[in-house]
Ligand binder design. Structure first.
Ligand SMILES: Nc1ncnc2c1ncn2[C@@H]1O[C@H](COP(=O)(O)OP(=O)(O)O)[C@@H](O)[C@H]1O
Ligand SMILES: [Mg+2]
Length: 359
């Protein structure tokens, strides 16, 4: 008996994408089917290289061929990806904008934004990072780029800024354009213009994800960013304390307002528990347990995970080499898992959007 393409497609139409709740064939995720005797090969095009269900989907495809087509099939599957996009982000070449926000300052918003951006890049995605925290830009220090000045050129009467590349991502900080020793009293319109320039006047190239570290709270910059650029979704960072949770709830409320209407990709609880480096299995929930998860449940938004309080997270931020880059650090996997969950939520939002554009 010879195997046909139709049989392969028909078998794979039994495999459901667990998040998108449709089969892989309907979702156009199967490509390049080749058959040679009982050798069957094809590509599965996932919605993100950071797909947490990659292994599970691959396994399900293999089993479907063995079960519905032939027990003797020799199967080779190429797991590939093409990041989806839902709408024009207003920044040419950028598929998705992720806003990282928090109710309060000091909860680890920048730490999450930086490790999220690098975590996504680690999975193979093309990533950019904007530090729009006008009141406390910390990305220059976290990347060891204090005093760096991005190159700017004039072309056809317009300024073009070259984002700085480090650790495999492109980045710009409002801090590159200010003098840390001479704080400027920013006025509303100035702030808004400066932040918009980080998006509009920079050569970002092709990006799957552009992560934006917003200032804490809810203010002018949030309104500028969300109204000038169709943000794909927001990640809200909180710590377990009630004061932080109450402010996180307010922050989420702002994104959900009709006038803003940015989907919440989920809540990250940072500094969830303390873990001593020498006893990584010990978890001390010093600020109480489960607050972030409970808030997510109450508001009906995804929970993206707990990040422990570990000295190396802070040390590596100060040293200019974020912790997710350290393979052997116990917290690196927590950040990579979080990044995968964010990518998963974006894929879900994009699939549900009615005006989904295929690229
Ligand atoms: N999980 C963590 N464990 C240890 N230190 C952390 C953790 N998250 C953040 N920090 C530290 O706490 C401080 C505030 O974090 P930061 O990311 O700058 O917060 P925000 O951007 O919300 O103001 C920084 O010194 C940072 O290194
Ligand atoms: Mg910050």
């Amino acid at each position: 008996m010879t195997i046909t393409k139709e049989q392969v497609l028909s078998a794979l139409s039994n495999v459901e994408e667990p998040d998108l709740k449709k089969d892989l064939v309907t979702l156009n995720m199967i490509q390049d089917i080749h058959i040679d005797g009982n050798k069957v090969s094809f590509s599965v095009i996932l919605t993100t290289p950071a797909c947490p269900l990659k292994a599970m989907i691959e396994n399900a495809c293999r089993n479907a061929i063995l079960y519905f087509v032939s027990k003797e099939a020799e199967i080779s599957i190429n797991m590939n990806s093409r990041v989806t996009s839902q709408k024009n982000t207003g920044v040419p070449g950028v598929k998705n904008i992720i806003a990282v926000a928090s109710g309060k300052g000091g909860v680890g918003k920048s730490t999450v934004a930086v490790n999220l951006a690098l975590g996504l890049a680690k999975t193979g995605a093309r990533v950019g990072l904007i530090d729009a925290d006008i009141y406390g830009p910390s990305i220059p220090i976290m990347f060891g780029l204090e005093g760096a000045r991005p190159k700017a050129s004039q072309a056809e009467g317009k300024t073009r800024i070259q984002p700085i590349e480090k650790y495999g991502i492109k980045l710009l900080s409002i801090g590159f354009f200010t003098d840390p020793d001479q704080p400027v009293p920013w006025r509303g319109p100035m702030v808004s213009t400066a932040v918009k320039q980080l998006f509009n006047d920079a050569d970002w190239g092709e990006l799957d994800y552009l992560v934006v570290d917003l200032p804490p709270g809810t203010g002018d910059i949030h309104i500028t960013v969300t109204q000038s650029f169709p943000v794909t979704g927001a990640v809200i960072v909180t710590t377990p304390q009630n004061v932080a949770l109450a402010d996180a709830r307010k922050g989420i409320g702002m994104f959900m307002m009709n006038a803003i209407n940015v989907p919440i990709l989920g809540i990250v609880e940072n500094m969830s528990y303390f873990t001593p480096a020498e006893l990584p299995a010990n978890k001390y929930y010093i600020f109480g347990q489960g607050g972030g998860q409970k808030l997510a449940q109450q508001l009906g938004v995804p929970f993206l995970g707990e990040i422990p309080l570990v000295k190396s997270i802070s040390d590596s931020g100060d040293a200019g080499r974020p912790v997710v880059l350290e393979e052997d650090n116990i917290t690196a996997p927590a950040f990579v898992e979080m990044a995968k969950k964010v990518a998963q939520q974006i894929a879900i939002c994009n699939a549900h959007a009615t005006n989904n554009v295929k690229s």
